[in-house]
Design a protein around this ligand. Structure first.
Ligand code: CU
Length: 190
């Protein structure tokens, strides 16, 4: 008499438990929310995947400006443009210094492999593909160091691909750029 009783209990456990059913409903709801977020973000809010802003030839891209001289430049007061090369296995430049409140447009390209670029504590997060320039803008409103890393596995030196955005006070920035200018003019004079 024991066997049929056991079979009966097993059959009972095959039904959907209310707890499980709620989790299934929640998962389906989440999928609907994600789909809605993507649709609204893409169609109504203008979110775009960083991508083919500009096509380049990865074999010759580093031979001519601005890519032959990667770095940051101020294009208008408080508005900066950075050109960053992601190459196996380092970022050029390794350090970007900006005054607090700087609005910077970061352009990235790679002459060799697929790389990634993610800046800590910001929403700057891009994929870098040879032959393309990825571009994102960000305003650094807080002082501090914001490390960036390559987050697309790109070979044996992958873990060495990192750098840092230094956000300093306006005075400190002025002092830094003043010494840079002095050094440059000294070099030119010498
Ligand atoms: Cu990389």
């Amino acid at each position: 008499m024991e066997l049929p009783e056991k079979a009966a209990t097993e059959k009972k456990t095959m039904g959907i438990d209310p707890y499980e059913r709620n989790w299934m409903r929640l998962s389906i709801l989440l999928l609907v929310v994600f789909a809605a977020t993507i649709t609204i973000g893409g169609l109504a809010m203008g979110f775009e995947v960083p991508g083919a802003e500009q096509e380049v030839d990865p074999r010759t891209v580093l031979d001519s400006p601005p890519w032959s001289e990667p770095g940051v430049r101020e294009v208008a007061p408080g508005v900066f443009e950075a050109y960053v090369v992601a190459q196996a296995w380092a970022f050029v430049p390794r350090e970007i210094t900006l005054p607090v409140g700087a609005e910077v447009t970061i352009n990235l390209t790679s002459p060799d492999l697929q790389h990634g670029f993610r800046v800590d504590e910001t929403n700057l997060n891009m994929m870098v593909i040879p032959g393309q320039v990825s571009t994102l803008s960000y305003t650094f409103d807080e002082l501090g160091e914001f490390p960036y890393i390559c987050h697309e596995y790109c070979g044996r030196g992958h873990e060495a691909m990192f750098g840092v955005v230094n956000v300093v006070s306006a005075q400190e920035y002025e002092a830094l750029t003043a010494t840079d200018d002095a050094a440059t003019s000294e070099e030119a004079a010498g």
